[in-house]
Design a protein around this ligand. Structure first.
Ligand code: NAG
Ligand code: NAG
Ligand code: ZN
Length: 497
């Protein structure tokens, strides 16, 4: 199993009878997580292998479109009825004053569970892409009614806090029309801004004025450290993963090039998890003869078409949150009688995708007294997009099975490297104890990467924002050329999701 010559210090036998060798780095601990997936994940023979068949509870939530008032009423009624599993909050208001509601569904809705991940779904960032908005309402209903009957859902809610924002663009939704499959009416917020082009961008300067809806998301994800996220769109059928933008978008306006993250294996896996559990997505059939087909139902964002100011790149680079854009319907706003079918197609994907937050490594960074170290900077060696600890010293990183090195930096402490291994069956628990640095130890190396000359390498994400110097390796970054390619992108916007 291990191909390296490092000493194997522990052999752990799982309940499946398979033995795994685990390397235990000196003075750090790895153990089997209590939220072991081996009795719930497919192929391991446990009781809750798969979510159970679910008959939608249409007496509480019908398959029709819910306007803002109906949606608000449903969310309020649901928290009143399920106070132990749900909490409703607003992250702010749209331009026209509609609340941006978030429903938390979890066994601990009001409080973060120490060591357990927070995840999110965002729907309807494009106001006329309406299917995701309804899917998210139905997912709330599914989760709360299955908690007591389905061991898989119980496990998920006992170990995860799921935040669901059904509509990030309620004003755009109010301006769009059922039955309209294409076009841009209702796509934008009420001031005409495309919210998925409104975030700070790592590759290009984004001069768009930041909108209240965007600001609300930025504050939200700054407060809660999300591990995994899905953003639901319509107008195509594909899971599209970062990066959406590229350092050299000028020349690939006609032939788009992939722009891959150092976590490409993870993003592909997350996207495939969605596509493979979907009724049709993985077939990769084009929506129309003129639109692209996607092998296995997934694509790199920039390889499809590059865009500036997207939400998923922002989540990943600024906050270490892995977000995937999920295009769930060829028709942006199909007639309501088709909603049931969309639910059936997406139900399993939506659950399995979130469960992926329990893959990889997680743990705490602490001082020698066991006190948490907040905002320690972490990086998986060879993957130069960083992440940081919460105020409780927690961290999470989704990784595929393999052997890795975690690099940890914290102000006032001696930097550390810790080797660890990730297996398929459960997350690796890894606590890292940092030793205070002595005053005369001098300034330690800080993990700021310089962009390689010819090849783009992202810098470590700093909490609260990136270093302001953006990549200047390419002439396409500059003024007019960048404007040109942005113009092309906005043309493409109205065609695709
Ligand atoms: C909520 O949980 C508490 C404690 O577990 C329990 O006593 C109470 O009955 C629950 N309430 C509802 C409405 O399920
Ligand atoms: C890691 O640290 C946390 C927080 O101090 C503690 O609750 C947990 O038991 C530790 N895990 C291991 C494997 O030591
Ligand atoms: Zn969209």
């Amino acid at each position: 199993m291990l191909t390296t010559k490092q000493t194997v210090l522990a052999v752990v036998t799982l309940c499946t009878g398979i033995a795994f060798a685990i390397q235990v780095p000196t003075s750090d601990q790895i153990s089997i997580a209590s939220n072991d997936r081996s009795d719930v994940l497919p192929g391991f023979g446990g009781a809750g292998d798969e979510p159970r068949a679910y008959r939608p509870d249409t007496s509480s939530l019908d398959f029709v479109y819910h306007n803002h008032e109906d949606m608000t009423r449903y969310l309020r009624a649901t928290t009143a009825r399920y106070p132990n599993l749900t909490a409703l909050y607003s992250i702010g208001k749209s331009v026209q004053g509609r609340e941006l509601w978030v429903m938390v569904v979890s066994a601990s809705p009001y409080e973060h569970m120490l060591g357990k991940p927070d995840v999110k779904y965002i729907g309807n960032i494009h106001g006329n892409e309406a299917v995701g908005r309804e899917l998210l309402l139905h997912m709330i209903q599914y989760l709360i009614t299955s908690y007591t009957t389905d061991p898989y859902i119980k496990w998920l809610l006992d170990n995860t806090r799921i935040h669901i924002l059904p509509s990030l663009n309620p004003d755009g939704y109010a301006a769009s029309k059922e039955g309209t499959c294409d076009g841009g009416q209702g796509r934008y917020n009420s001031r005409g801004f495309d919210l998925n082009r409104n975030f700070p961008d790592y590759f290009k300067q984004n001069n768009k004025r930041s909108q209240p809806e965007t600001e609300a998301v930025k504050e939200w994800i700054n407060k809660i450290q999300f591990v995994l996220s899905g953003s639901l769109h319509g107008g195509a059928l594909v899971a599209s993963y970062p990066y959406d933008n590229t350092p050299n978008a000028m020349f690939n306006s006609y032939v788009s090039q992939p722009s891959l993250t150092p976590d490409d294996d993870v993003f592909k896996h997350l996207s495939l998890t969605y596509a493979n559990n979907h009724a049709k997505m993985s077939r990769g059939v084009a929506c129309k003869s003129a639109s692209p087909s996607f092998e296995n139902g997934i694509t790199n964002g920039a390889a499809w078409y590059p865009l500036t100011g997207g939400m998923q790149d922002y989540n990943y680079i600024w906050h270490g949150c892995m977000e995937v854009t999920l295009e769930v319907s060829c028709c942006k706003f199909p007639p309501a009688y088709e909603l049931r079918k969309y639910w059936d197609d997406n139900q399993l994907s939506m659950i399995k995708f979130l469960a992926e937050a329990h893959r990889g490594v997680q743990g705490f960074v602490m001082d020698p007294n066991g006190g948490p170290i907040e905002r320690a900077q972490l990086k998986i060696k060879g993957r130069d997009v960083g992440f940081s600890t919460t105020k409780y010293g927690e961290f999470w990183r989704i990784l595929m099975p393999g052997v890795y090195k975690l690099e940890v930096f914290a102000d006032g402490f001696v930097p550390r490297d810790v080797d660890f291994m990730v297996v398929e069956q459960h997350p690796t628990l890894l606590n890292v104890t940092m030793q205070p640095s002595k005053r005369n130890d001098g300034p330690y190396y800080r993990p700021v990467q310089q962009p390689a000359q010819s090849q783009y390498r992202p810098q470590i994400a700093a909490p609260g924002g990136l270093p302001s110097n953006s990549i200047n390796g390419s002439p396409a970054d500059e003024g007019i050329l960048s404007t040109l390619s942005n113009g092309f992108n906005s043309l493409v916007n109205n065609i695709f999701g």
